[in-house]
Design a protein around this ligand. Structure first.
Ligand code: ATR
Length: 273
């Protein structure tokens, strides 16, 4: 039997066992996927034990995504650029780390808004934390000409833009009104939107009518930002699909089947929100 895991601390809230468990059943695979609580001081030993091959691999979540990086034998270049690892594969006595969050972000938009990146040259990304990095790398991968990072702490936006490359620029949130008229995409990567909190003074009315607005927050599913976009008849995509799509490459690597993100899977996870 092939075994996989998700490690975090705490881990009880993780929806990954539901996602992978649904796929294992749907594809009739003799495998398991379990949530394991690993405290920070036990992480190094856990990763070392993976080399023995008990598990095919697993997911890594808060607070280990950055610290597990240094414990891997190999980390793929995009995960290195993002600065975090969320997926481990154990093979031939080695542990390989990758980051599938950027693929989850792209997979969600590709499924929910096909063609979203056609003729798209400018995007506005709200936030400059860990979650923003996966989105920025994803957008760079799709060849956008200009990606503006807007953040409450402007220095963080500027530092991140400088680190990411010449097509990025860093700004204060207040510069949204200046950047919006030519932005084809707005992505919220901050925790604003959770529990009803909202951005002050973000006028989506300044965006082109063809713009797409997406949020990586999925609790609630329709954040105030997405509700605002809908009310203005802008295209919008919620963040739940990113969670589902980021799970695809791991499942394929461990169990050998590329799983589909179906409406049934989405409905099963939505019920737990
Ligand atoms: P994550 O890994 O989820 O991205 P993080 O690295 O702590 O978490 O980053 C949180 C992001 O949300 C940051 O961009 C943060 O802005 P600051 O850099 O100014 O702290 C942003 N954020 C969180 N709460 C916010 C709030 N109330 N208003 C504006 N931005 C907020």
């Amino acid at each position: 039997m092939t075994k996989a895991f998700v490690i975090g601390h705490p881990i009880a809230h993780s929806r990954s066992p539901l996602i992978h468990g649904t796929w294992l059943k749907a594809y009739g695979i003799d495998g398991s996927y379990e949530a394991i609580d690993v405290a920070p001081d036990a992480l190094s030993e856990f990763v070392a034990q993976l080399r023995a091959g008990t598990f095919a691999g697993g997911n890594v979540t808060i607070p280990h995504k950055e610290t597990v990086f240094a414990l891997c034998d190999e980390v793929d270049p995009l995960a290195r650029r993002i600065g975090a690892v969320n997926t481990l594969v154990a093979r031939n006595g080695r542990v390989w780390g990758t980051n599938t969050d950027y693929l989850g972000f792209l997979g969600n938009l590709d499924q929910q808004a096909p063609g979203w990146d056609r003729d798209l040259s400018e995007a506005v990304v709200l936030g400059a934390g860990g979650a923003a990095r996966a989105v920025l790398v994803a957008l760079a991968e799709r060849g956008l000409k200009h990606i503006a990072i807007l953040n409450r702490t402007i220095d963080k936006a500027r530092d991140l833009a400088a680190e990411m490359g010449t097509q990025f620029s860093g700004h204060a949130l207040s510069e949204f009104s200046k950047l919006a008229p030519t932005a084809g995409l707005v992505v919220n990567t901050t925790s604003i939107g959770m529990h009803g909190s909202r951005f002050e003074d973000l006028d989506l009315g300044l965006l082109p009518q063809t713009a797409l607005v997406t949020d990586i927050v999925y609790t609630p599913l329709v954040t105030p930002l997405l509700a605002d976009a809908r009310a203005r008849h802008l295209r919008s995509v919620d963040g739940l699909g990113m969670l589902l799509h980021q799970a695809v490459p791991g499942f394929e690597a461990w169990f050998g089947v590329r799983p589909d993100v179906t409406p049934e899977l989405r409905a099963a996870v939505e019920k737990t929100l």
